[in-house]
Design a protein around this ligand. Structure first.
Ligand code: GLC
Length: 732
């Protein structure tokens, strides 16, 4: 008995003890999470109490092209911002005058779509860390990136800046990237919230979509960025959503972002995205940027004329608007400033820029992103068998970093494909180069240039073609084209007569390697069957040419995987076929709904050219011993992967879930887990992934919640969404 009593006593002591511990924690937690938080909130309270109405209004709109207003009287400085998602942008003074003093170079990372093509979240963190260190070194408080809008149509001009057609891949990659940036002590700004999936009429198009499409496709990456990545700021998109501008949208900002998701940071408008004072104040816009172009003359900006400027002061003084609405905005700005030492910059980490370490990360991202789409025993090229190489294509000698719109970077240098190949082969091999086409508006096939290219290939032991899309005809902002901000592509066709050139070259050199640069798929109908080796290089950044050369000559095996489907032709794309892209100028109805990318192609049995998650290697992998173990509604997936080839390589094991029977139509499969394995020749490793209950749910519009419908699910492992390996059923 004694023993029992003491046991009961002991247990109750432990229980009370833990309860009191929790309570004490709760006491602290209720004060905003921790003592640090509560101290910060107290400091914010005291500052707000001291501020005049005018000072509060000064803080919630721009004071120059890339700064928000400060309150010198109270020691509150301006917040300094800069683009963009893959490098610190050219230095714009306070008035958009790019400072060409040369002090504004930076490391141009491979773009968002490249980072996603690595399928390596740790590398995403490393890339974010580079961006954060360089932004910090350049004196920025907020870097305006990453971009995570879903790749709904290949025609979107800014796909290159974003990540994926799949919300899970985009979510996993964006979380690491944001943490990488913010661990350097500055803020990321995840953008563009939300459904900015086209550039056509981006500043006014009203996006209409179902609640299920919102919840299952377009919102998840932003939710992950805020809830897991801890993004300190979010940028409101230009477009409308269900009739209201995104940047001051009651449902998106107040109800979802700040309500459901509990976002405590700053909602910054896109530049010029605010259109209404009352809506901006009431619907959650915390900082108005870029309205100088709509409220005053571009070259003599008057920041007080902003929607949340003098007009707002008058409305508060007249009693039309409660001053307390401004306090929350100021609170969020001060919270970001205190979290990132904006007022105590001497306490901030130093940052660094243009370092070999940064360039090494850029190289690694490029190496892991370049995707081998097709290879019939052509690659890797063997240097020892080659005396002369012909490199053909104007893209081979083109630098991309400086263009594309606001994500432009004055890169410290940029290794083009041609440069990279020249550097790798050295003097041992003769390289002959010809552009083959002219990058000029409206240019079509030029027979003279084609003939010159054919001439250059005469006697070559290997021919490498480098073509694809470009960011524009020059670095000039208004010279944008194809993969650029502000406009979409006209179609998926390769421009400048490249198809005719490739055709002529293939006739003479059937083993030619085709390398494509760009932010997504092009129509390859005219050459894909006849081409034995096709490499997707994306926009590989400052070290891109070196990475490409290492892969082409087999120093490393490619390991990139497509973060979006490559369809056979534009007519197959659901957004273009079902989804009314680009809309009627006023509205675009996302009738493609949740049927984006492989969700559509696999379910509706439309054969893609190259499927989501596809990417070849120079080695081979064997999957074995799949074990699926459920514990309640959580499922553990374990399997082994062996490198059965002769070369080290990396495999991205993808885990898809199929709901065998549901009350609603569900996709054939959905990506719910992945793991990138680096394996030496012959090496075998175990993969272990946990699928939590969310992995099996769909969004029920009637119940307005996520539901997990009991029944049979199939867990599918694969090397792409079509190259399926082992499967197992589980009953939940
Ligand atoms: C642009 C872009 C946004 C960028 C901002 C500042 O219009 O949409 O991505 O960060 O303005 O340049």
């Amino acid at each position: 008995m004694k023993h029992k009593v003491s046991k009961v006593l002991l247990l109750s002591v432990v229980l009370i003890g833990s309860l009191s511990f929790i309570n004490s924690k709760k006491v602290k937690m209720s004060a905003g999470g921790s003592t640090v938080d509560s101290k910060r909130e107290a400091k914010i309270d005291s500052l707000i109490k001291l501020m005049t109405l005018e000072e509060k209004v000064t803080m919630i709109h721009a004071s120059s092209s890339f700064t928000s207003g400060g309150v010198p009287r109270l020691g509150i400085p301006e917040i300094v911002m800069s683009d963009g998602p893959h490098g610190v942008r050219k230095e714009h003074g306070r008035d958009w005058e790019a400072d060409l003093a040369g002090t504004d170079s930076a490391t141009c990372l491979p773009t968002g779509v490249s980072i996603a093509a690595t399928w390596n979240p740790e590398l995403g963190y490393a890339a974010g860390k580079v961006l954060g260190e360089e932004a910090n070194a350049r004196g920025k408080d907020i870097i305006l990136g990453p971009g995570v809008n879903i790749l709904r149509t290949p025609l979107n001009g800014r796909n290159f800046e974003y990540m994926s057609e799949d919300p899970y891949l985009a979510s996993r990659m964006v979380v690491g990237f944001i943490k990488g940036v913010q661990d350097q002590g500055i803020s990321a700004c995840v953008k563009h919230y939300l459904a900015n999936n086209q550039e056509v009429n981006r500043d006014k198009i009203d996006v209409q979509m179902s609640e299920r499409a919102l919840r299952e496709i377009y919102l998840p990456a932003f939710a992950a960025a805020v809830q897991e990545g801890g993004a300190n700021s979010v940028m409101g998109a230009y477009n409308k959503f269900r009739g209201q501008f995104c940047t001051h949208n009651e449902y998106l900002v107040n109800k979802i972002l700040k309500g459901e998701l509990g976002f405590k940071g700053v909602l910054i408008s896109d530049w010029g995205a605010v259109h209404n004072t009352l809506e901006a104040v009431q619907n959650g816009c915390d900082l108005e940027m870029g309205s100088e172009f709509t409220t005053s003359s571009a070259n003599k900006p008057n920041y007080d004329k902003f929607f949340m400027g003098d007009t707002l002061i008058k409305l508060v003084k007249s009693g039309a608007i409660e001053e307390s609405l401004l306090n929350d905005k100021v609170r969020r700005l001060l919270r970001l400033m205190l979290k990132t030492n904006v007022m105590t910059k001497d306490k901030r980490k130093k940052g660094s820029i243009n370092t070999p370490a940064h360039q090494a990360i850029a190289l690694q991202v490029a190496e892991e992103s370049i995707t081998l789409l097709k290879n019939e025993n052509v690659l890797p090229l063997k240097k020892q068998n080659i005396k002369t190489i012909a490199v053909i294509g104007a893209n081979a000698d083109r630098k991309h970093c400086g263009a594309g719109g606001s994500s432009q970077v004055n890169s410290k240098y940029e290794i083009t494909a041609l440069k990279g190949i020249q550097k790798l082969v050295g003097n041992s091999i003769t390289i002959k180069y010809a552009p083959g086409y002219l990058i000029k508006k409206g240019k079509t096939a030029d027979q003279e240039l084609i003939n010159a290219a054919l001439e250059a290939t005469k006697g070559a032991d290997a021919v490498i073609y480098v073509g694809g899309w470009i960011h524009g005809y020059s670095d000039a902002w208004n010279d944008n084209a194809y993969d650029s901000e502000g406009l979409d592509k006209p179609d998926m066709q390769l421009p400048f007569g490249q198809n005719e050139l490739i055709d002529a070259l293939l006739k003479a050199h059937p083993n030619m390697v085709v390398v494509l640069e760009g932010g997504g798929p092009v129509d390859m109908t005219s050459f894909v069957e006849r081409t034995k080796a096709i490499v997707q290089a994306w926009y590989p950044g400052i070290e891109g040419g070196n990475a490409l050369a290492k892969i082409v000559f087999g120093e490393i095996s490619p390991s990139g995987k497509l973060p979006m489907t490559f369809p056979k032709k534009l007519e197959d794309v659901p957004a273009n076929k079902l989804g009314e892209y680009p809309g009627d100028g006023k509205t675009v109805n996302y009738k493609d709904d949740i049927w984006v990318g492989y969700r559509y192609y696999d379910t509706k049995k439309v054969e893609p050219l190259f499927p989501f998650g596809h990417g070849l290697s120079y080695t081979s992998f064997e999957y074995s011993d799949l074990k699926v173990q459920k514990n309640g509604q959580t499922v553990t997936v374990k399997l082994f992967v062996k490198n059965t080839g002769k070369m080290a390589g990396a495999e991205v094991v993808q885990v898809y879930v199929k709901d065998e029977k549901a009350a609603v139509e569900r996709p054939e499969k959905e990506l719910k887990g992945f793991s990138k394995l680096f394996l030496k020749a012959g090496e075998k490793k175990e993969v272990s992934l946990t699928l939590n209950p969310d992995a099996f749910k769909y969004y029920d519009e009637g119940k307005k919640q996520w539901v997990l419908e009991p029944g049979k699910f199939t867990i599918i492992t694969g090397s792409s969404s079509k190259d399926l390996k082992l499967k197992a059923d589980v009953e939940l």
